[in-house]
Design a protein around this ligand. Structure first.
Ligand SMILES: [Zn+2]
Length: 1125
């Protein structure tokens, strides 16, 4: 076999890499796969089928470019934030109630799970505790220490290691944080009273912007505290174990005597309503705290001055202006009734130092620094990959790249009892057709000839590096079901002394985690090889579509875009045929046969019984019919220029497209461009049933349910035909996205929404999304199956697809952006030796009509100690899964129930860790596993997201839209979507080419002298501080002062200076990284539009009632303590 890859150790497979659009052939040779037990035997060897070159799909071409949007735009259309959203995919499949419920069954909505009670009180039953971040919270207040318990890793705590915060006495009212949960009631368990043993309410009270002074407080800090602030708060991270907190040795740490004084005005963000009981336990709490050990000092934090030169800031506490009397009691120590009588400011005085709680920015930075330089080699089972925010290369040595599969944990419990105890969802987020960076090879295509891919006879798993060859190579044992299978003569090969086949590295299926097989006719519908797919463009030509200029813009764009349809391999032209339909209340089909001089229109007005009036000439080859197509696209805007028709139909349009594909006996995709609620008399007719009064009621779920079953039925027919539907919506008002997106959702399609579309404001975004959507790699008529080794089983699926049984994920279409999340449950005991294996097989038709199987394999470790589970978790994936789970749940359960379920589950996960894995420590400490220290902050972002806790400006359509969008997001997308990136633009040197370091998404991180950029994958803002230097304003906006900057601007002027080039370059680069085009909105400090922007400062309390990060952390701590008590 020839090799055309340059790579390493192993000889490459004799085939060229498939070229995917935009990719260079990758360079990588096969790498050694997992070792296979040996057993030397003689053999006969059959001919080894060569691997066939995979025809790539599509060709790399630059997208056509069309005119750029005008440079000055006004504020976004009334719809606010989501106006900017690009596309979406629908959430978990079918919203069919039946399915939803089935799915739901696996998790607990409804009554919160029972607390983990069964744990023995003994801490640390298992080996050395995994690294953990400890957060000590006194009562409601808390202090946090990032501590590393024995073991760990270099674990740099995200926020610096040990921090000791002094806290003030503040009262964190129990209810405080929760005040923020609007309708939520206080968690039942959370009464402070109930937990006498609990610690004192310490809180650090970093005032906004105040600097810390560090007075001296010695070991026993308590006494020295000034009113509000307790001295040595437990913020330090205890590197060692919790016991340190209790011990009297203030070892590491803050300079002795560090004392925090709180500025009088320190405020708490939460509603200051301290529960009485919270305060009483204080004393005890203090004791602990005083002796608390402070971990290593954290690095200086932005915005806080360091008290001592070189000294870490944390230890310091904000000092009150006046000298404090020694020994003054903390106000919190006062009996609760009195406390409650205190003015709110005093009660609210204590505030946790935001710098002392786990920082997403720090965790991301640390991972980049620690793991960004080395390639991630997949040869070892159960390795946790670098974070999605880290740039790294992947070398496939037998397990699928994390670009294809990411798991919530790479080490799963051996038994279901352990899994239930931990409550950590065991799930994989799979992106089967993920686009790889140019440096990484696309999967090889293996051709086993007429025999087809070699599979296990019993479980049907495909040949992979996990299979074990025995008896000299004459048989292989399936690693999934243990069945011993004969090796067919033509596939026989000798084994080497280690038991590995000598040709292992020549065969992708024996050495790589991901590869493809050419499918035989047995894998085709009706035992017939498929025809190439078709694209049908279906354009709304009603009054609204014409008036906004959409139709003209679209037709103009299609003339050039049709040259860029996906192509396979080195094909000169795309095999995809195209067809055109326009519609309002009736449908117009066009005959664009190449032999015609002019296109012909055929009108179908009987929308109740849709049929396709022509076959010949409807689906054509673009090159052959070029002239006729161009003529048609020129004529469409003219033909309907004077239309007065405002009503549209919708279901009949999809029906027509699907019937056309059926008649042509091919799969394909419909691109629908639609503007309004389909109220014309026809199947699938809808009425406006939007009702915001339903929000926060038990009927809120109906807003997410389709208003008619017509679309589910239609979707099912589409799936059977391999008809995928991509929907581009241009609504001026409510269009019932929840119902219109049913078909795209169930067919693996996408939904894009451009509210209040105006050509001058939105064309760049729309055209950019359209080009990407039309050109991207897509497979059709697909079925995905996830097999697992004995002991676990895939039980639940999330994403845009249809399921007619419990195991096969059916996708009329599947593109490179779509992910399917899969949850696993135990059905037997797993063993540490064999681990747990996953094999995802996707059968699909390529864009050239080739039938293929893409296989991804992944081996995970199994553990008998919970600590191993917690040490190998990936929070980003966990959040991706939990968000999808919650978003699906809102169709069947009240939103509040869904939120409570998430909170309960998170508390159980963390309580289980605390109980079983962390070193013993006082109850007042919040201890987070190192790998999950961001779980609370990220979960809070999910809880306060627009689907689960909408603000007044969020429309019902926005919520339905985001809901379906998130259902197909990959881990990187959900990461930035829920926790946006906030980049200071003017702080780093102007000539620096790297992206500026991000800051935390909180208003207090913004300085009015700077300009920031914020993005979440769908939205993009430039925020301008009110006191930015005039020169900067001039360089960026070409106006002389802040007041002259146009608020709501959506394009930065193109100016020839370093700052302007740098910022515009950064915006371009961010847009290039995202699936959808992010429209820019310039927001000025203190301007009205700033509210839009603030919505994305997710660490702050939100207008809709979402808790701040600090408040939520306190709440979570309380929940955990309830579970542990
Ligand atoms: Zn098997």
């Amino acid at each position: 076999m020839s090799v055309n890859q340059s790579a390493p150790p192993v000889p490459p497979f004799g085939q060229n890499q498939p070229v995917y659009p935009g990719y260079h052939p990758a360079s990588y040779g096969g790498q050694p796969g997992p070792a296979v037990p040996a057993s030397p035997y003689g053999a006969y060897n059959g001919p080894v089928p060569g691997y066939q070159q995979t025809p790539p799909q599509g060709v790399p071409r630059a997208p056509p470019s069309s005119g750029a949007p005008p440079a000055s735009m006004q504020a976004p259309c009334g719809q606010t934030t989501y106006g900017q959203f690009g596309q979406g995919d629908i959430q978990n499949g079918p919203s069919s109630t039946a399915q939803m419920q089935r799915l739901q069954g696996s998790q607990q909505f409804g009554p919160p799970l029972a607390p983990v009670v069964s744990q023995p009180a003994v801490l640390q039953p298992y080996g050395p505790p995994p690294t953990s971040t400890q957060v000590t919270a006194q009562l409601a207040g808390m202090q946090i220490s990032g501590a590393v318990s024995h073991a760990p890793p270099s674990s740099v705590l995200g926020y610096g290691p040990p921090t000791s915060l002094a806290s003030a006495s503040g009262s964190f009212p129990n209810s405080g944080p929760y005040g923020s949960y609007p309708q939520s009631q206080a968690p039942p368990l959370s009464q402070a009273q109930g937990h006498p043993g609990v610690q004192p309410p310490l809180r650090s009270a970093p005032p906004l912007a105040s600097s810390f002074t560090s007075p001296a407080s010695g070991g026993p800090r308590m006494p020295s505290m000034t009113g509000p602030l307790p001295p040595g708060q437990g913020f330090g991270s205890l590197p060692v174990s919790q016991p340190n907190h209790v011990s009297s040795t203030p070892s590491h740490a803050l300079p002795p005597g560090t004392q925090m004084t709180g500025p009088p005005g320190t405020q708490m963000t939460g509603p200051p309503v301290p529960p009485p009981s919270m305060h009483s336990p204080q004393q005890a709490g203090y004791q602990l705290q005083q002796n608390g050990s402070f971990g290593p000092a954290r690095g200086p934090q932005p915005n806080y001055e360091s008290p001592y030169p070189g000294a870490p800031t944390f230890g310091s506490q904000p000092g009150p202006p006046q000298p404090l009397p020694p020994k003054r009691l903390d106000p919190d120590a006062i009996p609760s009734p009195q406390l409650n009588e205190l003015p709110p400011q005093q009660r609210a005085r204590h505030r946790i130092d935001p710098d002392a709680i786990p920082s997403p920015i720090q965790v991301i930075e640390d991972d980049r620094n620690n793991r960004g330089s080395e390639p991630f080699v997949t040869g070892v089972r159960g390795q946790v990959p670098p974070l999605v925010t880290t740039n790294f290369l992947v070398k496939d040595q037998g397990n699928a790249s994390p670009r294809y599969i990411r798991c919530t944990s790479y080490n799963i419990p051996c038994t279901s009892d352990m899994a239930k105890q931990a409550q950590v969802p065991l799930a994989a987020v799979i992106k089967p057709l993920a686009r790889l960076p140019p440096e990484e090879a696309s999967p090889y295509v293996v051709d086993h000839g007429e025999a087809g891919p070699l599979r296990c006879n019993r479980c049907k798993a495909y040949m992979c590096p996990l299979m074990t060859f025995i008896e000299g190579g004459r048989r292989f044992q399936c690693s999934f079901c243990s069945c011993v299978n004969d090796v067919p003569p033509q596939y026989f090969q000798h084994l080497d002394h280690t038991g590995k086949r000598v040709d292992a590295y020549d065969r992708p299926e024996l050495s790589l985690g991901s590869y493809e097989f050419l499918a035989t006719v047995d894998y085709c519908k009706n035992n017939k090889f498929p025809s190439p797919p078709a694209f049908i463009f279906m354009i709304d030509v009603s009054y609204n579509a014409i008036r906004t200029g959409l139709v003209r813009l679209l037709c103009e764009e299609l003339k050039s875009l049709l040259d860029y349809l996906p192509r396979e391999g080195g094909a000169e032209e795309s095999a995809i045929r195209v067809g055109f339909v326009t519609y309002n209340k009736v449908l117009h089909f066009y005959n664009v046969k190449s032999s015609l001089a002019q296109p012909q229109m055929m009108v179908v007005s009987d929308v109740a019984d849709m049929f396709v009036p022509l076959l010949d000439g409807f689906l054509v080859n673009v090159r052959e019919s070029r002239a006729v197509i161009t003529s048609l696209l020129d004529k469409i805007p003219e033909m309907f220029a004077d239309t007065r028709e405002t009503e549209t139909v919708f279901a009949p349009v999809i029906q027509a497209g699907m019937e056309a594909l059926k008649a042509a006996e091919c799969a394909g995709k419909l691109f629908l461009f639609h503007t309004s609620l389909p109220i014309a008399e026809a199947p699938g007719k809808l009425k406006n049933r939007d009702d915001r009064k339903l929000i926060n009621t038990d009927k809120e779920k109906t807003l997410f349910q389709p208003q008619t079953g017509t679309y589910q039925t239609l979707a099912k027919d589409c799936v059977a035909q391999g008809c995928c539907v991509d929907l581009f919506l241009f609504p001026n008002q409510y269009v019932d996205v929840a119902t219109l997106s049913v078909v795209p959702q169930l067919t693996g399609g996408s939904v894009y929404k451009y509210a209040c579309f105006q050509v001058e404001n939105d064309q760049e975004r729309f055209l950019s999304d359209l080009r990407r959507d039309v050109q991207k790699v897509v497979g059709f008529d697909a079925v995905m199956r996830v097999r697992t080794s004995t002991g676990i089983r895939a039980v639940d699926f999330f994403g845009a697809f249809y399921m007619s049984n419990t195991t096969d994920v059916e996708l009329a279409g599947l593109d490179e952006d779509k992910t399917v999340a899969v949850e696993f449950k135990h059905d037997d005991r797993l063993s540490e030796e064999s681990g747990a294996l996953l094999q995802c097989a996707l059968l699909y038709t390529s864009c050239a009509g080739q039938r293929r199987l893409r296989i991804h394999n992944l081996a995970l470790n199994c553990c008998t100690q919970l600590a191993d589970l917690y040490r190998n978790c990936e929070t980003d994936t966990l959040i991706n899964y939990m968000a999808k789970f919650a978003y699906r749940g809102v169709v069947n359960s009240p939103v509040k129930t869904v939120r409570d379920t998430l909170i309960t589950q998170c508390a159980q996960i963390l309580a289980c860790y605390r109980k079983n894995c962390a070193s013993p420590s006082s109850a007042g400490q919040l201890i987070l596993p190192e790998c999950m220290k961001l779980l609370p902050v990220y979960l809070n972002c999910v809880l306060k997201s627009d689907v689960l806790q909408p603000g007044a400006e969020v429309t019902t359509d926005d919520r339905a839209y985001v809901r379906q969008l998130v259902s197909s997001m990959d881990v990187a997308e959900t990461n930035v979507f829920f926790y946006p990136r906030l980049l200071p633009l003017t702080k780093s040197p102007i000539d620096s080419t790297s992206e500026p370091p991000a800051v935390r998404a909180s208003e207090e991180r913004l300085s009015s002298g700077d300009i920031y950029l914020l993005e979440n994958g769908l939205n993009l803002f430039v925020w301008v501080g009110a006191s930015v230097q005039q020169g900067v304003v001039q360089s960026l906006f070409n106006v002389s002062s802040f007041s002259q900057i146009t608020s709501g601007l959506s394009v930065l002027p193109v100016l020839d200076n370093p700052l302007s080039r740098k910022v515009r370059g950064l915006i371009d680069s961010l847009r290039a990284q995202r699936m959808r085009y992010m429209k820019l909105i310039v927001v000025k400090q203190e301007d009205k539009l700033e509210m839009l922007f603030k919505h994305f400062l997710v660490e702050d309390k939100s207008l809709s009632g979402g808790a701040s990060y600090v408040d939520f952390l306190c709440h979570m701590h309380k929940e955990i303590r309830q579970l542990l008590s």
